[in-house]
Design a protein around this ligand. Structure first.
Ligand code: ADP
Ligand code: MG
Length: 247
């Protein structure tokens, strides 16, 4: 589905990513985990072809992403960013429908799809006519998710979708999101700096540090067979937030 091979990215001569190789299979849910600044968002932007790697390749469904292939590939990817990234001057519904309108969908098709997504994401219908500043943070993330799903993408990419939310809202949305991922059966790449969140969502955790993959595997593997000391330190530092193992 997605294959990054030896990608590298520098800003102003400073390498922030790579060399990094990563494969994500269809219908897999992968969490990109790592401390702030380790390159998670940069990696996501390379996948979305919003940025190009200095070297190495990104392939989506075996097609290498370049300027020509990027646009059609991006239509098959849904992207949710941390603060929702909604346009403040558009209502929730207008935000959700933006790309579909651009592609010339009819009113009835837009309405049908919006209603479906409202139900899926449990957004109260009255929030649809409001502007982003008139709904709660949790609702904004639901709208952001609806927008990402509008064109029924093959892969969903989420950059710290829950980070800006307070704990209770976060917990609700966490369990809703997990249900939604399961119901959709899509490929999901979720960025987080939170070990418990990564373990809650993902089949596979890709732990990053300084622009590289340190270890990739299930949480149990990272705990039992850490590839280096950093893995244990990173997990232990957030240990108290992990669920207790069953007795
Ligand atoms: P993360 O999402 O893991 O917190 P980022 O991918 O956002 O990390 O950033 C990785 C590094 O790259 C950071 O040191 C950040 O300051 C730097 N960086 C990210 N984007 C840019 C940019 N557009 N210009 C210069 N430096 C950047
Ligand atoms: Mg980031």
């Amino acid at each position: 589905m997605l294959e990054l091979t030896k990608v590298e990215k520098s800003y102003d001569g400073v390498r922030v990513l790579g060399p990094l190789s990563l494969r994500v299979d269809a219908r897999e849910t992968v969490a990109l985990l790592g401390p702030s600044g380790c390159g998670k968002s940069t990696l996501l932007r390379l996948i979305l072809a919003l940025q190009t790697p200095d070297c190495g390749t990104v392939r989506f469904e075996r097609i290498q992403l370049d300027e020509k292939s990027a646009q059609s590939a991006r239509r098959r990817m849904g992207y949710v960013i941390q603060d929702g990234g909604l346009f403040p001057h558009l209502t929730s519904k207008e935000n959700v429908a933006l790309m579909a309108r651009h592609l010339g969908w009819s009113d009835s098709r837009v309405d049908r799809r919006t209603a479906e997504l409202c139900e899926l994401t449990r957004l109260p219908a009255d929030a649809l006519e409001r502007y982003p500043s008139e709904i709660s943070g949790g609702q904004r993330q639901r709208v952001g998710l609806m927008r990402a799903l509008m064109l029924d993408p093959d892969i969903l990419l989420l950059d710290e979708p829950l980070s800006a939310l307070d704990p209770l809202v976060r917990r609700d949305l966490q369990s809703d999101l997990r249900e939604i991922f399961a119901a959709l059966g899509k490929t999901v790449v979720l960025v987080t700096h939170d070990v418990a969140e990564a373990a809650f969502f993902a089949d596979r955790i890709v732990l990053m540090r300084d622009g590289r993959v340190v270890q990739s595997g299930r949480i149990a593997e990272l705990l039992e067979r850490p590839s280096e000391e950093f893995v244990t330190r990173f997990i232990e530092a957030q240990r108290s937030s992990l669920p207790e193992p069953a007795a």
